[in-house]
Design a protein around this ligand. Sequence first.
Ligand code: BGC
Length: 404
Amino acid sequence: MFERFHKDFPDDFLWGASTSAYQVEGGITNDWSEWEKENANRLALESYKKFGNLKNWESIKREATDPSNYISGTSTDHYTYYREDIKLLKGLGLNSYRFSIEWSRIEPTPGNFDQKEIEHYQDVVRACREEGIEPMVTLWHFTNPIWVRDMGGWTNPKVIDHFLRYVELMVTSLPSVKYWIVVNEPELYARFTHIFAYWPPAQKNLLLYFRSVSILVRATKRAARIIHDKVPGSLVSIASHYSYIQAYNDKWYNHLFKKFAIWWWNFSFLDRVIKDLDFVGINYYFHARLDKGIEVNRNDIVSDLGWELYPKGMYYVLRDVWAKYHKPIIITEHGLADRENKRREWYVEKSLLYARKAIKLHGVEMRGYYHWSLLDNFEWDKGYWPRFGLVEVDYESKKRLPRT
Ligand code: BGC
């Protein structure tokens, strides 16, 4: 599917797909695996409230109301099948793979590093290289070892030194990796854990929100310096959640809401770390037309999750991020839940057309596009029913079937 777009982008453009360890590997014990055990029943009971208004409710009802949907368990067992999955990625016309390292595998208890697990990730990189696939490695994608949770997670500044020791170990163990993502969507993580309490540790507390953002900022900056120091020539960034935000009409207060939301959701974290980054990693999924702070999108075309599919947003996102930072941009995630694969190709094609427009009209230095996701996977508090994969996975048999 991706080959036909290659001619419209530079020869060295990174065409990739992304995953994260907890969502695909299976067999992980960490803060999420503990939390989901206690929350699976509740999430299943609340599913009608959350998803009952979706047009496709009847087709997702069985899974969404089943508590086992919310337990990550063996997942796709990517931990075993990574070689096969990397081959599938290549077969899709892609040349890069973004995956994450699971900190709890590497350091199950403080200061005890598991050599076998380090070798596992070394072999994932080796498998990429053997297929001619450029690895992009994320060091933290939402999950923490249990002992980090017990320290208070990202609300405890002591976590920074632990994180940096883990970072240093991983970058020196994977010296051939050039592209590093220190953290995935840190501000959204802090918002979901400490403002909305959707995700573990699910503590609503504004003070903890600000504290964890500030700790994640410090950890990111120092980690970036370590990576630059240990891996000469490395290119470091974060994967930043970014919504294309518009005001619903010309009312002054809607402009105010828009400005505030753009700053808070899109730039507040990036602004604090940008100096230490070599490129800007952007995860683009959402368009928000705000009326008094409430989203009033037209929702003409939506994904299985009811998220509006708004390809034109890609143009504005690239234009605006470029105008603000003038650093190369990589779309580190972009995709949709689309079980029947009705919209995926259309959405990617249109979005890439808009990306080209931004490059042409504004000279945006766009270096890559990564689709979320390579495989169907565990969509956090929504569980397994949303299907984001370019490759469909049968969770029972672990069989893979490319959708494109
Ligand atoms: C996250 C992924 C997630 C995807 C789809 C991104 O915010 O990085 O972990 O699965 O969005 O919701």
